[in-house]
Design a protein around this ligand. Structure first.
Ligand code: GLN
Ligand code: ZN
Length: 760
């Protein structure tokens, strides 16, 4: 073939209306027979392939589909089953596969962690001395399926050996090379069988190349790919990278593979610079990722075409493949089904299917000449301009405020030790004050009431009354439990980002814009499409009401600017940091309004602060500086007496303790149950000297903790932390827990606090 080809890197699994999720959950619940389940899943898989074929994609990925996670798929293909699960060799059963992912009564699930800098989570393979074996050639199986059933000559996608081992655990760093070498013959066998089958192209994903990698690791790459090339010289391997530029461009393009896949969207221009500086080998193809696989905006085809032309100056067209920058796993499937969005916004969106359309258009344009895609280019420019010129993106007040950020004080009035004194005076809290993280159980009943209200079956007044009754009930429960600092319970919120998104200008919500987060769990991130601005108080009514019922302090509860940013699809016509500052200014107003209305403790949650860390370490500092600034912009205008809290969870915060300190919150509560005490040591080394609550029990399980357990956790923390600064709280919000277990667990926690106080 002598023309410019189009390709896809990976397609979402979940189905246009989450059919995949529904099938999985029914199967797990025993409501769907295995056979029927597998049948439904096959339909989803094949219809996704068929769609790509109809779109005109030349290289259609196969084997990227998964029943849970592609890293787990790779692990089970090599028979890597942790010994706590039943397994006696051979192909891993469907049941065992799900057990590893989800755990069983007797065996905990494998750990789950974030896939690079995305919100997708993969199952961490456990190597632990298990000798890998090729128990199933998945890529081959999916290749054959697509060929036989749809007459598609697919491009098998495989997670590469270096990245796979790098993402696994259960070995020492010094064993890295040896372990990778255990896998090489297995990969070689896969490739050989693909070669025998007559497979043309294979995509081997090595996203680890987009991180900062060492010389030794680079040498491992060289060695591995030499061996794979020798094993199957006739399959054309595309070594695929994504999410960032590659640091070792010259070495990577010299590896013995037939194609290199580079991300030209999230590379900060560095892949293009390298391409122009060092050229590109004449005997390889370049798979150029130029359509954003991570965001949902329509591509400006004019700009994309120019980018392609620049690339084509270095790489001849017959060696050029046009594709999305990464797998489309990270975006929803299609804009087509959306019925409630503003037309203006809808026109400016592009989900997976639309992205593939853009890919095909660009490949065709490059082949046949720009004039042949003039209409498509014009349509994209028009849609993007219309959104850019709309009132939503031209909010003068917001833009002026952003221009004049220096007029906003982004530091507290006084230093922490001064605030600490006035706050002590003001709140008169006991030593080791007890509190919770914000939410109380969102029971079936709470959800039902909200749904009815949304459907219009419940009036605003009735719904409000219901929420008030819940608040009152829980203020009484908290009083009875003897907690020191109370919360209103967040009953009016479905989700900590959605709630604020619905109240602030600049956000819209899709109907079907779901993306996989982990396993069958999907999230529907809000779209931040316009200037974000404050419209009206968002949390004041509920908080004020809660405070009116008690003499104890009630903490106001907000979601921080960085978490809102990181859990949304964010407009890309201005910088993310500017968007964060817009959100921060709106929250600042809310903080001030709460304060004016007598709320003297305000918690601003930032659980997602670590998630936004750039892949390359050299970029961490600028991200963290911006994150700290946005948080402070939101929180520092209050008086010294007002106590600012923050809360973090879901990740390992050891590496960013300096940034956490720089937030200058008066009190921070952090999840510890998943950090195995390492966090405490980290805080010890850094002698954190502001208020701190290290979660004293894990809220992820319904089990009620014992007095001894909680006491042990408190004592362990007090060995390193100043008791005058220590708070006692659970790990995270209690939204997902039941009522009885929550009350029981909090009673134990309060008891443990009281006993400890007496001992001190
Ligand atoms: N305040 C929120 C809650 O309690 C915090 C949630 C979170 O940390 N993810 O639910
Ligand atoms: Zn939390």
């Amino acid at each position: 073939m002598n023309r410019v080809r189009s390709s896809n890197v990976g397609y979402p699994r979940i189905g246009e209306k989450r059919e995949w999720k529904k099938a999985l959950e029914q199967f797990w619940a025993g409501k769907l027979e295995k056979k029927a389940f597998l049948q439904q899943i096959e339909e989803i898989r094949l219809s996704s392939l068929q769609k790509q074929k109809e779109q005109g994609i030349d290289l259609i990925p196969v084997g990227d589909f998964s029943l849970y996670d592609h890293v787990l798929d790779t692990a089970v293909m090599f028979g890597l089953v942790p010994t706590r699960f039943e397994y006696s060799g051979g192909k891993v059963s469907l049941e065992t596969y799900f057990d590893i992912a989800r755990g069983t009564n007797g065996a905990v699930a494998s750990e789950m962690t974030k896939w690079f800098n995305t919100n997708y989570h993969y199952i961490v393979p456990e190597l632990n001395g298990v000798v890998p074996a090729l128990v199933e050639n998945r890529p081959l199986q999916f290749y054959k399926e697509a060929k036989q059933k749809l007459d598609i000559d697919g491009k098998p996608v495989i997670l590469g050996p270096v990245t796979f081992v790098k993402l696994s655990k259960g070995y020492e760093a010094s064993e890295f090379k040896t372990i990778v070498n255990q896998f090489v013959p297995l990969y070689a066998a896969i490739l050989r069988e693909l070669q025998e089958e007559g497979v043309n192209w294979v995509q081997i994903d090595e996203p680890i190349l987009a991180k900062t990698i060492s010389e030794e690791e680079l040498a491992v790459f060289n060695d591995v790919y030499q061996q794979l090339h020798r094993a199957a010289p006739n399959v054309k391997v595309i070594l695929q990278t994504y999410f960032e530029s590659i640091d070792h461009y010259e070495e990577v393009i010299s590896l013995p593979v037939q194609g290199i896949g580079l991300d030209f969207v999230h590379d900060h221009g560095q892949n293009l610079t390298a391409l122009k500086t060092y050229g590109f080998p004449k005997d390889k193809v370049l798979a150029a990722g130029i359509i954003d696989g991570r965001n949902i905006w329509r591509a400006n085809l004019d700009e994309k075409y120019s980018l392609l032309e620049e690339i084509a100056e270095v790489v001849s067209k017959d060696r050029l493949i046009v594709q999305p920058s990464s797998s489309l796993l990270h975006v929803p499937i299609t804009v087509k089904n959306e019925e409630t969005l503003d037309e203006l916004l809808k026109e400016a969106l592009s989900f997976a299917d639309e992205k593939l359309e853009e890919t095909v258009i660009l490949a065709k344009g490059l082949q046949d000449g720009k004039e042949t895609i003039q209409n498509e280019i014009a349509a994209s420019t028009k849609a993007i301009q219309a959104l850019n010129h709309s009132a939503s993106r031209n909010h003068t007040q917001v833009q002026e405020a952003i221009q004049n950020l220096n007029t906003y004080r982004a530091e507290r009035e006084a230093a922490f030790h001064v605030r600490q004194e006035v706050q002590e005076e003001m709140f008169q809290l006991p030593l080791l004050p007890t509190t919770t993280i914000g939410s109380f159980p969102q029971t079936q009943e709470v959800r039902k009431q909200r749904l009815n209200w949304r459907k219009g079956e419940l009036t605003d007044a009735k719904y409000e009354e219901y929420i008030k009754a819940e608040i009152k009930k829980w203020i009484e429960i908290q009083e009875e439990l003897g907690l020191d600092v109370l919360v209103h319970g967040e009953f009016e919120r479905t989700d900590m980002v959605e709630y604020f998104g619905e109240k602030l200008a600049g956000f819209q919500f899709t109907q079907f814009g779901w993306v996989q987060s982990y396993g069958s769990r999907c999230v529907k991130p809000p779209l931040i499409y316009g200037d974000v601005s404050y419209q009206e108080p968002m949390t004041v009514k509920e908080t004020e009401y809660a405070q009116s019922l008690t003499t104890k302090p009630v903490k106001g509860m907000l979601t921080g600017p960085i978490t809102i940013l990181n859990w949304s699809f964010v407009r890309d016509d201005i910088s993310r940091y500017e968007v964060a500052n817009q959100i921060a200014l709106a929250l600042r107003k809310e903080v001030e309004t709460l304060e004016e209305n007598g709320i003297c403790m305000i918690q601003v949650d930032e659980p997602a602060i670590r998630e936004g860390l750039p892949l390359k370490q050299e970029k961490w500092e600028s991200y963290l500086n911006a994150a700290v600034y946005a948080f402070k912009l939101a929180t520092t205008s209050v008086q010294n007496e007002t106590q600012i809290h923050t809360h973090m969870c879901y990740s390992d915060f050891k590496e960013i303790i300096d940034a956490i300190t720089a937030l200058d919150a008066d009190v921070i509560s952090i999840e510890t149950s998943r950090s195995h005490g390492e966090l405490i040591h980290a805080f010890e080394e850094n002698t954190y000297s502001k208020g701190i609550g290290l979660g004293v029990y894990d809220i992820h399980s319904p089990r009620v903790p014992t007095l001894e357990e909680i006491t042990r956790n408190i004592d362990r923390a007090l060995q390193v932390l100043n008791p005058k600064l220590f708070w006692i709280n659970p790990d995270c919000g209690l939204k997902t827990r039941g009522m009885d277990e929550t009350v029981a667990a909090l009673a134990v926690m309060v008891e443990a606090a009281e006993q400890t106080r007496e001992r001190l």
